[in-house]
Design a protein around this ligand. Structure first.
Ligand code: NAD
Length: 485
C-alpha cells in the first residue's frame, strides 16, 4: 500500500501522526480491500487538536464576516474544481455509485459552503426599541471551540453542513469523521489551508467513536457538539454534554414512512418511492423504509414497485449504469441480511431481492445486498420498527386515514415522511398529523438549505439549516443602552 494512504490527523494546520502510534484499517466496501490506514487517536491527540483550535480562536473570530466568507467561498471553488477527484475518493470509501458521489455529495458540499458563506452575511441582528427607556440590541457571539462528529453515509456532505456555519460564525473546530469513511475529510483539510483558512481554525482527528469521539465530547474546553449519527450514540453524547451544560445538536436515526393514498398518481409515486427507498443503498437517514398504502391501491402499487426495484442495477460503483453500490461494511451487510432472514421467519413475503450479491470482476468480495421489498409482515415486526439503514423496504396497507396515521406514528423515530395523494386537503391534513420533522408531498429530498432540518422523538434534538445552524453555533447576548447616551 502506498505510504500516502496512511493518514495523519490535521492539527494546527499540520499533519500529525497519532501520539500512540496506533492505526485502524479502512476498507473499500465495493472490493473488501484495504484502502487506507488511519490514526487510532486517543485523548492525547484530542488534547493537541483542542489546544490548537483554542489558540487560533482569537484571530479567526476577530476576522470580519467578509474575510471569513472569502475563505469559505474559495474552498467552495476548490471543491467545484476538484469535484471529480473528491467524488472518486468518496465513492471508494463508501461504496456508493461514483455518479451519485459527484451529483449529490460533491454538489452539496459546494452548496453547503457557498450557502453558509452567504447566509451568515445576510443574517440580521435584532434590536428592541424601548423609547425613552433606551434601546436593546442583540449580539451573536461565537462559542469558541466546537466539536463536529459525523457518520459514514454522506461523509463530506454532512461534515461541510456543520463546518461552514461553525466557521462563518467565528468558531474554531475539531472534527471527527466516521472511522469507516475518513478519506474525503482529509482531502478537504488539505484544500482548506490553501483556501486561506488559518492553521488551527479547523482541526481533524481520526479514530474510533469509543476512544477518539468520546475523548472529544468529554473534553472540558469543547463548547458545543454538533453530532449526526445513530440514536444510541446521540444519547451517549447528550449524557456527556449534560453535566457541562453545553449545547448539542443531535441529528439521529429514522424509520420514515411513505403514506400512499388511493388517489395517488401511480407513475409519480413508483418513481418517487424507488428513489426514497433505495438512494445510496437505502443508507440515507431520510430514506422511506416503510410504505403504507391504501388497501385499494396495494396490489397495483406493489406489482409496479417490485418490477421497478428489480430493475435497479447493483454492482461496481465505478460503472456509469450502476444504481446501487455496496453497503458500508461486512458487519453492516450481515446486519441487513439478518433482518431479511428474520422477515422470512416472521412470514414476510419477499417481493424482490432478499439476497447478498457477488458481482463479477473486481467487486467479487464487496458488501452488496439486492434491493429488497417485503410485504405481509405482522404489524409489530421489528422490520417495521427498527432502523435497518439498508436497501430493505416494507409494505403495509391501511383502510382509513386514521389507520395510516396510527401506523406512521407507531415507531420511536420521527425524522421524515412522504405523502402521496392528488388531494391538497388530504396532503395538508396528513402533513399536520404525522410525527416527523420533515414532510414531503408527492416528492422526496427536495432540499432548500434555508429550511429547518431535523427530527422529533428518537430522531434527534434541535434543527440544522439556515438560521437554525447559525443560532446553534452562537451565543446570544442582549445589550441595553440608555436613551440619550
Ligand atoms: P454512529 O452513531 O455509529 O457514528 C457516528 C459518529 O459518531 C462516528 O464518527 C462515530 O465514530 C462517532 N461515535 C461513535 N461512538 C461515539 C462516542 N461514544 N462518542 C463520540 N462519538 C462517537 O452512526 P453511523 O453508523 O456512523 O451512522 C449511521 C446513523 O446515522 C444512522 O442511524 C442514520 O440514521 C444516522 N444519520 C442521521 C442523519 C440525520 O441527519 N438525522 C444523517 C445521516 C445519518
Amino acid at each position: 500500500m502506498a505510504e500516502r494512504r496512511k493518514l495523519s490527523n490535521w492539527i494546527g494546520g499540520e499533519r500529525r501522526p497519532p501520539v500512540g502510534g496506533q492505526y485502524l484499517d479502512d476498507f473499500e466496501p465495493a472490493t473488501g480491500e484495504l484502502l487506507a490506514r488511519i490514526p487510532d487517536s486517543g485523548s492525547e491527540d484530542v488534547e493537541l487538536a483542542v489546544a490548537a483550535a483554542a489558540k487560533a480562536f482569537p484571530e479567526w473570530s476577530g476576522r470580519s464576516l467578509q474575510e471569513r466568507a472569502r475563505c469559505v467561498e474559495r474552498l467552495a471553488d476548490m471543491v467545484a474544481e476538484r469535484a471529480e477527484t473528491l467524488a472518486g475518493i468518496e465513492s471508494a470509501d463508501t461504496g456508493k455509485p461514483l455518479a451519485l458521489a459527484k451529483e449529490i455529495d460533491m454538489a452539496r458540499v459546494e452548496a453547503n459552503l457557498r450557502f453558509f458563506a452567504g447566509a451568515a452575511q445576510h443574517w440580521p441582528t435584532e434590536a428592541h426599541d424601548m423609547g425613552a427607556a433606551g434601546l436593546n440590541y442583540t449580539r451573536r457571539e461565537p462559542l469558541g471551540v466546537v466539536a463536529l462528529i459525523t457518520p459514514w453515509n454522506l461523509p463530506l456532505y454532512l461534515l461541510s453542513w456543520k463546518l461552514a456555519p461553525a466557521l462563518m460564525t467565528g468558531n474554531c473546530v475539531v472534527a471527527k469523521p466516521s472511522e469507516l469513511t475518513p478519506l474525503s475529510a482529509d482531502a478537504l483539510w488539505e484544500m482548506a489551508f490553501e483556501a486561506g483558512i488559518p492553521p488551527g481554525a479547523i482541526n481533524l482527528v481520526h479514530g474510533s467513536g469509543a476512544r477518539c469521539g468520546q475523548a472529544l465530547v468529554d473534553h472540558p474546553a469543547i463548547k458545543a457538539i454538533s453530532f449526526t449519527g445513530g440514536t444510541r450514540t446521540g444519547r451517549m453524547i447528550a449524557a456527556a454534554a449534560a453535566p457541562r451544560l453545553i449545547k448539542t445538536s443531535l441529528e439521529l436515526g429514522g424509520k420514515n414512512p411513505a403514506l400512499v393514498f388511493a388517489d395517488a398518481d401511480l407513475d409519480q409515486t413508483v418513481t418517487g418511492l424507488v428513489r426514497a427507498g433505495f438512494t445510496n443503498q437505502g443508507q440515507v437517514c431520510l430514506c422511506c423504509s416503510r410504505i403504507l398504502v391504501h388497501e385499494n391501491l396495494k396490489e397495483a402499487l406493489t406489482q409496479r414497485l417490485a418490477d421497478a426495484v428489480a430493475n435497479l442495477t447493483v454492482g461496481d460503483p465505478n460503472l456509469p449504469d450502476t444504481d446501487q453500490g455496496a453497503l458500508i461494511s461486512a458487519d453492516h451487510q450481515q446486519k441487513v441480511l439478518g433482518y431479511i432472514d428474520l422477515a422470512g421467519k416472521e412470514g414476510g413475503r419477499i417481493l424482490c431481492g432478499g439476497n447478498a450479491l457477488d458481482p463479477d470482476g473486481r467487486c467479487r468480495q464487496g458488501y452488496f445486498v439486492e434491493p429488497t421489498l417485503i410485504s405481509d409482515l405482522p404489524t409489530d415486526s421489528r422490520l417495521h420498527h427498527e432502523e435497518i439503514f439498508g436497501p430493505v423496504v416494507t409494505i403495509q396497507s391501511f383502510a382509513s386515514e386514521d389507520e395510516a396515521i396510527t401506523l406512521a406514528n407507531s415507531v420511536d423515530y420521527g425524522l421524515a415522511a412522504t405523502v402521496w395523494t392528488r388531494d391538497l386537503a388530504t396532503a395538508q391534513r396528513v402533513a399536520g398529523r404525522v410525527q416527523a420533522g420533515l414532510v414531503w408531498i408527492n416528492g422526496w429530498l427536495v432540499r432548500d438549505l434555508r429550511t429547518p432540518f431535523g427530527g422529533m422523538k428518537d430522531s434527534g434534538l434541535g434543527r440544522e439549516g439556515g438560521r437554525w445552524s447559525l443560532e446553534f453555533f452562537t451565543e446570544t447576548k442582549n445589550v441595553h443602552l440608555p436613551s440619550g447616551f
